[in-house]
Design a binder for this molecule. Sequence first.
Ligand SMILES: [Fe+2]
Length: 307
Amino acid sequence: MSQVQEKSQFDFEWQTLSETTGAEILGIDLSKELSSHTIEQIVEVWQSSAVLLFRRQWLTELDMVRFAGYLGELEVMLRQDIASPYHRQVAYISNLLYEDGKNVGALGADELGWHTDQTYMREPSTGAMLYAVEVPELGGNTLFANQYVAYESLPNDIKVRINNLKGVFSYEYRLRNYKKEINKIGADVAKKDDANSKSRGETPEVTHPLVLTHPVTGRKALYADCATMMRIEGVDERESAELIEILEKVTAVNNQAVYEHKWQEGDLLMWDNSCVMHRRTNYEMKHPRFLKRITMFMPDHLFCRPY
Ligand SMILES: [Fe+2]
């Protein structure tokens, strides 16, 4: 980890979390209102680091909603079973159960393999924020793989070939991959999120560009979530399979630019789904895990959007 950076133009101190990905912002209390100047600087650090961490926060859901509202347009949860009863923009991610045996929130069981959130949606909300209320001591880490680095690691001829191509993304396809992953771990996990899987299974296929260009930095990121991308549009089956094999290796399998986040209670972590993929590690279900999530549609003059 690098030393704390004191940059004169920033209101706060921040430090990088790994060589390529992630930054921690220090000394900001997110339960307080923030000036537009501070928000602009937070956005600047987020744009360059893709993953942003604030530790030791003590936040109400209203605090989360206010802070997220500075950054993007908040997505309203359609699934009532995981939405907070107080704020429909806040979703619960947890393995805890209510007295009647119902899950407190989404289990997040489909988070175990490398993926990008919502690539099966026509207009994904790419900004994601998680606030850790209770986390197990062991396991449940979240890993982020930098997709700028993934793109930059490709040979030039592949870059040229994919620059104007689109991927076809399918929830059905993701579901099949997710079930394969789950089978390695245990069927009880799969069963609990089955209701969600069924409703999402009706989502039609969508297309997104394989390469996204950041509107401010000009940097190019791969947008090729191979857990959900079933083929590449406009090329024959053989070429599509060949390209997907190449992309899968750099996006996830051989990606060296990974930041692994070990959660602490009070962490508020944000990531930009347009330029990182993520997965979490397994943990024992007997240990309570409870996080609150907000997802945001990011402004397209400040962040990449895959639509
Ligand atoms: Fe995810």
